[in-house]
Design a protein around this ligand. Structure first.
Ligand code: HEC
Ligand code: HEC
Length: 333
């Protein structure tokens, strides 16, 4: 009698243990699935960010003409569920509807903090923007949970995402009306020549530049403003070796090895907001490393191209030489 009771109790315990194990396994499986889903959303968000937002908010969300977005207050870690929901809602609304302001970058420092008076574009389809609800959700997930190195990697793997475009006005022969059209900038549009390179090498270097660098750097009449304008790069780059090492891995440079060129201190919000950039972090390059994306020959060609720019008469940029085109198409959208 006693024995049987013991057996029954033991069986009951075994059953409970199995059920509990199953429950733990099942909830673990569910949260792993949710985590995977979130990682996928964040990865899509990073690509959308590179294509649409990077030109104004910076490759690592550090801010350029738009304010920094890599702020701890936007991160989900350490927030209560209520705060998470509020942050999600706030980000979704700003991205969808934008914020009114000036078209030209305008900000003022008031009480030691930067206040932006620049317009943030509207992005949701309902507000005539290009992004649907899912895409905006992906962006919010990226800002709250993603890794800020992701947009730089996305840009290297899918350089077509960040292709710089130019708006042209042409007369339609049928209607006689001036019409506006957008087209990607090509190597032929880059009105610079490097000294010491053959015409063929110049063309190849410009093609690489259009593909991988133009979204962030201006060359001649076109390009982005995230990094310095490289039209005259040969005037400050110390050597081909330096340029090669820089392109391969900018983050390997210590602050004292850096060129004292003046892209920091251009008065962008990122220079002014101590809150968002740690002191030690300030002189670390934001440029993604190209050592793994480009071959040694390609890096060598680009380095010789840059060092040959602006050093000779005739090698100078001819600004505004692109007849019939207008607008500088500063990256993205
Ligand atoms: C043409 C430049 C530009 C582009 C492109 C742009 N933004 Fe902005 N963004 C701004 C500016 C300027 C502000 C600040 C507006 C203000 O508060 O006055 C801003 C503000 C924001 C804010 C609010 C930050 C805060 O401090 O409250 C978020 C979030 C944001 N942008 C996300 C994005 C996302 C995501 C994209 C890409 C889909 C994007 N932005 C593209 C210029 C831009
Ligand atoms: C995502 C944006 C981004 C891309 C893409 C990018 N750069 Fe940069 N680059 C920067 C930034 C930002 C800086 C300067 C500030 C810094 O170090 O963060 C910079 C600086 C430079 C400098 C100046 C280095 C010095 O010390 O004077 C050179 C040269 C350069 N980049 C070349 C290139 C080339 C070539 C490519 C394409 C293969 C490229 N960059 C692609 C953002 C970018």
């Amino acid at each position: 009698m006693r024995k049987r009771k013991v057996v029954a109790l033991t069986l009951l315990w075994v059953l409970i243990l199995i059920l509990q194990g199953y429950w733990l396994f099942e909830s673990g499986r569910l949260s792993r699935a949710a985590e995977r889903e979130r990682a996928q959303q964040a990865a899509r968000g990073a690509e959308l960010y590179a294509a649409n937002c990077m030109a104004c908010h910076g490759p690592e969300g550090e801010g350029v003409t738009g304010p920094p977005l890599n702020r701890s207050e936007f991160r989900a870690e350490g927030l209560t569920p209520v705060q998470i929901a509020a942050t999600e809602e706030m980000l979704t609304k700003v991205i969808a509807r934008g914020r009114p302001g000036f078209d030209h970058p305008t900000w003022r420092v008031e009480g030691g903090k930067v206040h932006s008076y620049t317009r943030m574009p509207t992005w949701s389809v309902e507000d005539n923007g290009p992004l649907n609800e899912q895409e905006i959700r992906d962006l919010v997930t990226f800002i709250m949970y993603g890794d800020w190195k992701q947009p730089g990697r996305a840009l290297q793997q899918h350089p077509e995402l960040t292709r710089v475009k130019v708006t042209e006005y042409a007369t339609n022969p049928e209607t006689g009306q001036q019409e506006q059209r957008e087209r990607p900038v090509t190597a032929d549009d880059l009105d610079v020549e490097a000294a010491g390179l053959t015409p063929e090498e110049n063309r190849q270097a410009k093609e690489l530049f259009v593909r991988y660098c133009l979204a962030c750097h201006t060359l001649g009449s076109y390009g982005g403003v995230i990094g310095p304008n490289l039209t005259q790069a040969g005037n400050w780059l110390p050597s081909v070796e330096f340029a090669k090492r820089w392109i391969s891995n900018p983050q390997s440079f210590k602050p004292e090895e850096r060129m004292p060129t003046v892209w920091h201190g251009q008065g962008t919000p990122m220079d002014l907001t101590e809150v968002f950039r740690q002191e030690a972090d300030k002189l670390q390059s934001r440029m993604p490393p190209f050592g793994e994306t480009l071959s040694e020959e390609q890096i060598d060609l680009l380095a010789r191209f840059l060092v040959g720019l602006g050093t000779q008469e005739g090698g100078q940029a001819q600004g505004g030489a692109a007849g019939g085109t207008s607008g500088s198409g500063a990256g993205g959208s």
